[in-house]
Design a protein around this ligand. Structure first.
Ligand SMILES: NC(=O)c1ccc[n+]([C@@H]2O[C@H](COP(=O)([O-])OP(=O)(O)OC[C@H]3O[C@@H](n4cnc5c(N)ncnc54)[C@H](OP(=O)(O)O)[C@@H]3O)[C@@H](O)[C@H]2O)c1
Length: 315
């Protein structure tokens, strides 16, 4: 069968023949129909993620849509790689895809949909009426965040990103205002300050934009305040580090949390979120753009800027 195979960390996977994996006890051989290409796949393959593979060569991808031997359409996870014509899974790692929802859309929504919903509800505990800033709102996850935050009753949603084409679409998804991130530092700080504060920040970027935002939070007087700004760190598209002045932590209500494997909701909660997010998508209550690309082109599209549209590889 054909698969996207990584031979060395930091290189792009190659489309090549590999043996079909034989199912072991309790395993099912899935016919893969759609496999998303996420930033997680890319950083794992780059060798810059804490869970990057140690045994190579390896088939890339950890999640896909596919068809089980009994004909059921499912989203499934697999430790053996999913960017292939066939992959192994177990029933407990499968979630049925609702009727009417296309496999490529289901595959595309899992990573940004579940993580964003969990980051907003589980980590940030976003309450109706709160003000939200999304750093990296032009990405696939950021666009989902705009839509889910609106559903969760956020009072004001400010969406910050660089790509002007995608930024212009965000009010249509539910953003109240947008901030262009690629502007001089002081102008960007002024744009953040002009909003007058946020209860929650969803951060897909870290690095310079987040650092500049954090620098706007400190006060310059000794007045007692009891503000809270819960910043949930989800992705590191603009950098792996920020400088964090201690005085900002003492003179503001900044609280920094992360969302990821170390602090996720219990599996049954995540399963419910995935079910709910697919139902929303199937019912037209959530929009996500996908670009279907033959798996054979995996090497060519691996590093491309997806510009707000999730690439989905079709075996
Ligand atoms: N922790 C988790 O469970 C979890 C789950 C899902 C995603 N994530 C992470 O969240 C991040 C976003 O995911 P995604 O699916 O939305 O990715 P995406 O669709 O590729 O979007 C990338 C976003 O990052 C922005 N960006 C890239 N480089 C930048 C830079 N140097 N400076 C400023 N902005 C920059 C892009 O802005 P423009 O397009 O405007 O240039 C865009 O908004 C990724 O790091 C991903 O790994 C984490």
């Amino acid at each position: 069968m054909k698969a996207a195979v990584l031979h060395a960390l930091g290189r792009r996977p190659r489309f090549q023949d590999v043996p079909e994996p034989p199912p072991g006890v309790g395993q099912e051989l899935v016919r893969v129909t759609a496999c998303p290409l996420t930033n997680l796949d890319r950083v794992l393959a780059a060798g810059t993620h804490f869970a990057s593979p140690t045994a190579l060569p390896a088939v890339c991808g950890s999640l896909a849509a596919g068809t089980l031997p009994d004909g059921a359409r499912v989203l499934f996870r697999s430790a053996g790689g999913t960017m292939a014509e066939r992959a192994l899974t177990r029933r407990e790692l499968c979630t049925p895809i609702p009727d009417g929802l296309d496999d490529a859309l289901a595959a595309a929504v899992q990573n940004p949909g579940v993580s964003t919903w969990a980051a907003l509800q589980w980590r940030a505990r976003l309450q109706p009426g709160e003000r939200l800033l999304i750093l990296g709102a032009t990405g696939v996850a950021g666009q989902v965040a705009v839509q889910l935050a609106r559903r969760l009753g956020a009072r004001r949603i400010v969406a910050a990103g660089r790509n002007p084409r995608v930024l212009a679409t965000l009010p249509g998804l539910g953003a109240d205002a947008t901030i262009q991130l690629d502007q001089p530092d002081e102008a960007l700080r002024d744009a953040f300050r002009a909003e007058g504060g946020f209860d929650v920040v969803l951060d897909y970027l870290w690095g310079r934009p987040t650092e500049l935002f954090i620098s706007t939070l400190g006060s310059t007087d000794m007045q007692l305040r009891s503000s809270r700004t819960r910043c949930v760190q989800v992705g590191t598209m603009a950098g792996a580090h920020v400088a964090l002045p201690a005085e900002v932590l003492r003179s503001s209500g900044l609280e920094i949390l992360g969302f990821g494997t170390g602090n996720a909701p219990p599996p049954e909660h995540l399963a419910r979120l995935l079910h709910d997010v697919m139902a929303l998508l199937a019912g037209g209550g959530l929009h996500i753009d996908v670009n279907r690309v033959p798996l054979a082109l995996v090497e060519e599209v691996w590093d491309l800027d997806q510009q707000g549209t999730r690439t989905v590889l079709i075996p």
